[in-house]
Design a protein around this ligand. Structure first.
Ligand SMILES: Cc1ncc(C[n+]2csc(CCOP(=O)(O)OP(=O)(O)O)c2C)c(N)n1
Ligand SMILES: [Mg+2]
Length: 524
């Protein structure tokens, strides 16, 4: 059946498994809205394109499926570029579809015009392409979905000229055979096995690219110790006795890594935001397993490199792990001692938060999916809050943008209705996207929003003090957050102690809408 191309695109997406689209309509992209309901897709209307982008990100991280957003030409696309940058640096599959002007060179002064929006979007995307007819649009959508499955997932942008969105088009071709996951051949792990066979203190560093539930048994069988990155938290389970936790940022982790006689880093970028130092600290052979050649060739100069995805590598390693004599060089005692020492260090750096985090963790079901913002609360929790299951804590790690947590948490809650999702944000960062509270209310999401309100931009104040800059521009007048939440139709709580906080969190999971829970350092 012929329809305007804008409508055909929604049908095509539905055929590729898209159930939810986040976005904001305008006169330029309204043709994309013609087919949404007809195709059986739910649309979530954000209050700002930044919100729509973070929602798509949160949805993708929760569901493992691409997050899709519809935005208008120019400002709509500009507004979603920050979430695209976040998705780029954290390897999140996101597809942004926008309108564009038919002609920008010879005709100035058009609505939503900017010099080159395609090129602008490409600076924060895997690619940004224009489709000048239906076949081109279908081809690009197909390509995006294939790449999400088979290569490092990253945001892609497709723009279609307004007249093309309006033009009648044949439907998109029916989906091809879906790409098989792990189409890549099982990797040859023989070189890694021979190294493991002679290692007495093998150490694994597991990152976000490690998706597999085999890690715990692999490490147990090998007698190997491990670190996880922030994104890899939970891959091993919280109680593995040789797990050093997500404490790579501790300076002391370099010493531990230096004492290993084999280091195997899997699906981990080992970037500045993972280590907060230049060198990993290894003195022995470094094995690197990653899908991305850019990672394999980075400054850490791995001696052995394997291009593979974490899941395929884990499966192949597990199949052969029995042949390896378990190593005996690590003691559970040294791991425990290091972790106690580092926890105390974290607590001293940003005092007070560890206790609140522990109490919060105790009040949340183990399968809670948490979305955090750029706040001291999250920096502390990222190191000391052990996860018992993987991919249940999402943080704007690479791009490090404020305003992530609330909309991303909304996207996550939409993807996992009926299962617990929570948001943790700082008082200043909350301002960036707080209007998305309206969306959470509209959708009736049982979302606890933990607001860590220290009344300032504390991380920046601390940094200025360390740099001997007289702190300035680090205090903003806050609204009455509880009243604000209520004005949006949300619930609110201002617990005076940790018991009250735990009760508020439990109530929030059971409420029929979001609850803002304001916590100040005085809670201790
Ligand atoms: C978009 C963006 N702008 C600026 C920053 C720099 N920045 C990082 S943390 C921070 C202050 C955050 O304050 P708050 O949310 O209250 O968290 P706190 O550090 O007080 O816990 C700022 C301005 C950023 N990360 N992202
Ligand atoms: Mg603050």
């Amino acid at each position: 059946m012929k329809r305007p191309l804008g409508a055909q695109i929604s049908h095509m997406l539905k055929d590729r498994g898209v159930d939810v689209i986040f976005g904001i309509p305008g006169v330029h992209n309204q043709e994309m809205y013609r087919g949404i309901e007809e195709a059986g897709i739910t649309h979530v209307l954000a209050r700002h394109e930044q919100g729509a982008g973070f929602m798509a990100d949160g949805y993708a991280r929760a569901s493992g499926r691409p997050g899709v957003a519809y935005v208008i030409t120019g400002p709509g696309l500009c507004n979603i570029m920050t979430p695209m940058g976040q998705a780029y640096s954290d390897s999140v599959p996101m597809l942004v579809l926008s309108s564009c002007l038919d002609e920008t060179q010879a005709q100035r002064g058009q609505l939503h015009q900017m010099k080159d929006q395609r090129a602008a979007a490409e600076t924060v995307a895997d690619w940004s392409c224009q489709a000048n007819d239906a076949q081109a649009a279908y081809g690009l959508v197909e390509r995006a979905f294939e790449e999400f499955e088979l290569s490092r997932p990253r945001p892609k942008h497709i723009q279609v000229p307004i007249t093309q969105l309006q033009a009648e088009a044949e439907p998109a071709p029916f989906p091809n055979q879906p790409a098989l996951r792990n189409k890549v051949l099982p990797p040859d792990v023989a070189p890694v096995l021979s190294l493991l066979n002679i290692a007495q203190r093998p150490l694994f560093i597991l990152g976000g690219g490690c998706r597999s539930n085999l890690w715990r048994q692999i490490l147990t069988q090998l007698g190997a110790a491990c670190f996880t990155t922030t994104a890899g938290r939970g891959l091993v389970g919280a109680d593995y006795p040789l797990d050093f936790g997500s404490m790579l940022p501790r300076p002391g982790s370099a010493e531990v890594i230096g004492s290993a006689d084999l280091v195997v880093a899997v699906g981990a970028e080992l970037a500045e935001v993972d280590l907060w130092r230049h060198d990993l600290g290894h003195t022995a052979t470094l094995v690197r397993v990653d899908l991305d050649p850019e990672v394999l060739s980075d400054r850490h100069r791995a001696a052995v490199k394997l291009q593979a995805d974490g899941e395929g590598f884990a499966a192949a390693l597990w199949a052969a792990a029995e042949q390896v004599k378990p190593a005996t060089g690590w003691s559970a005692e040294e791991v425990r001692e290091a972790r106690i020492r580092w926890r105390a260090e974290v607590d001293a750096e940003r005092p007070g938060i560890v206790r609140v985090a522990d109490a919060l963790r105790a009040a949340m079901p183990a399968d809670t999916m948490i979305y955090s913002d750029m706040t001291q609360f999250a920096y502390v929790a990222n190191e000391v809050w052990d996860m018992s299951i993987p991919y249940h804590w999402h943080h704007p790690t690479g791009f490090g943008t404020l305003g992530y947590a609330l909309p991303a948490g909304i996207g996550g809650a939409v993807a996992r209705r009926g299962r617990p999702t929570a948001v943790i944000a700082g008082d200043y960062g909350f301002h960036y996207t707080m209007q998305e509270l309206g969306v959470a209310v509209e959708l009736g999401l049982s979302l606890p929003i933990i607001l860590w309100d220290n009344g300032k931009l504390k991380e920046i104040e601390d940094s200025m003090v360390r740099a001997q800059i007289a702190p300035n521009a680090v205090v903003a007048r806050n609204p009455d957050f509880c009243k604000l939440a209520e004005a949006f139709g949300a619930f609110s709580a201002a617990p005076a102690n940790l018991d009250e906080m735990q009760a508020a969190v439990r109530d929030a999971f059971a409420a029929n809408g979001p609850t803002l829970i304001r916590i100040t350092p005085e809670i201790l």
